[in-house]
Design a protein around this ligand. Structure first.
Ligand code: DGL
Length: 295
């Protein structure tokens, strides 16, 4: 089973002036934000989309908080000036859990973030054993610890900082999937039993890359669990802020909306990946080079 609920994106619902065909910029360190792009496009198929993967700095999970804030501000300066979005979705837990305040301070453009879906996980669990599968960066954030203390006090939350899983998701889309044993080893710490015979029944997908692997994760899980993907809740938040699609847009379907793709290095752009991007509605892909300075 999979439950799609709000991930706790926080942004004041200030009235937004929105163009008839708003431009929505969806941003991630790499390909994970495609899972969010799909959900947002279904909700607003009439919008113009720009998808940007900061592959020059991938993976964000290994950057220090200070380096990550500096990097996202640098990249966003360029992207906001170039694409003039009406709204930006930071489709990355690793970034959202630390950079949203700085982004909101610097730009007037509204930002919607993706943060670990602890609240819906706590509502969904029966065993009260919940696992949070995320990058090591997200697991280490005080933001994540605060969410757990606020919403999951009655649960035992196992934090699993997966070092390689985002990279495995990228490999999957690039046409070079890792084998089952490697994937199973990465998610194994999520599956916990206790002395009373209770076992984990909910796993939060707290990195936007992981839903790209969901069919394989479901097949490799030692027992069935509820996987919580925040993407549909993020789409609902976007609609709350910019409004629903006008009636005539109901004729569109997500496959027909326009989406422009850009990568900050572009080294990931293999032929299988271009095909995968096209399947997510991104036919046209550019390199907008923003090298990562040596820290
Ligand atoms: N997709 C990103 C997230 O949601 C992280 C991947 C990375 O480490 O860059 O956390």
């Amino acid at each position: 089973m999979r439950i799609d609920l709000m991930a706790g994106a926080s942004l004041s619902a200030a009235a937004l002036r929105c163009a008839a065909e708003p431009t929505i910029l969806v941003f991630d360190s790499g390909l994970g934000g495609l899972t969010v792009l799909d959900a947002v496009r279904r909700a607003r198929p009439d919008a113009r989309y720009v998808y940007v993967g900061d592959d020059a700095a991938f993976p964000y999970g290994r950057l220090t908080e200070a380096a990550l804030v500096a990097r996202v501000l640098t990249v966003m300066d360029r992207l906001v000036a170039t694409h003039r979005p009406d709204l930006v979705v930071i489709a990355c837990n690793t970034a959202s859990t630390v950079v949203l305040p700085a982004l909101r301070q610097r730009f007037t453009t509204p930002f919607v973030g993706v943060v670990p879906p602890i609240k819906p996980a706590a509502a969904a669990t029966r065993s009260r054993l919940v696992s949070l599968l995320a990058t090591p960066g997200t697991v280490a954030r005080s933001y994540t610890r605060d969410l757990i203390a606020t919403y999951a006090g009655a649960c035992t939350v196992t934090l699993v900082g997966a070092r390689n899983l985002a990279g495995y998701a990228e490999a999957e889309l690039a046409g070079a999937p890792v084998d089952d044993a490697t994937l199973a080893a990465e998610i194994a710490p999520c599956f916990v039993t206790d002395a009373d015979g209770r076992r984990t029944d909910v796993v939060c997908l707290a990195c936007t890359h992981y839903p790209l692997l969901l069919p394989r994760l479901e097949a490799l899980a030692p027992w069935p669990v509820t996987w919580i993907d925040p993407a549909p809740a993020i789409a609902r938040r976007v609609v709350q802020l910019i409004g629903a699609a006008p009636r005539e847009a109901e004729r569109h379907d997500a496959a027909h909306g326009t989406a422009h793709g850009a990568f900050t290095a572009g080294t990931c752009l293999t032929e299988p990946l271009r095909t995968a991007l096209a399947a997510h509605g991104i036919g046209e892909v550019a390199v907008e080079a923003i090298p990562l300075p040596l820290q």
